[in-house]
Design a protein around this ligand. Sequence first.
Ligand code: MG
Ligand code: FE
Length: 168
Amino acid sequence: MNDIRSHYLAWLRDAHAMEEQALTMMRGMVSRLEHYPELSARIEQHIAETEDQAGALRDLLDSRDTSTSMLKDAMGKMAATGQALSGLFAADEVVKGGMASYTFEHMEIIAYKVLIATARQLGDTAALSVFERNLAEEQAMADWLLAHMEETTRAFLTRDAADLPAGR
Ligand code: MG
Ligand code: FE
């Protein structure tokens, strides 16, 4: 039981770091998407959801884990991943950002699947409902990005061909 619990806490800390990194990425992106109001509104919505997700994970950690230094370690690791995904931004930021966001949502989806499986194993039903709610929000965001990627790409190409400030 001890081993399961220590994996669980480590994965929970990783998930919290992942959500904090998601916030950093999305806040940066949304500040540069003024020509894409629909996309930027959806990202704003997900920023609000993600703030709640991160808060809920922090509450779970506070009541289940006492080692705060481990939290910092996980944050450092995830920051590197986020930078790798978001460091590509250039003229076609809206397209690259859409791709990076879709990738990131799937990393979140699979992380919650792992936490759900482990919480079930441990009978942590309170945490289970947090993970399931977060998972549903990640899935909805990924679905939205996929459904709108064609439209986003077309809007970018149109602006770019017209020599408008297309990049963003
Ligand atoms: Mg999230
Ligand atoms: Fe997300």
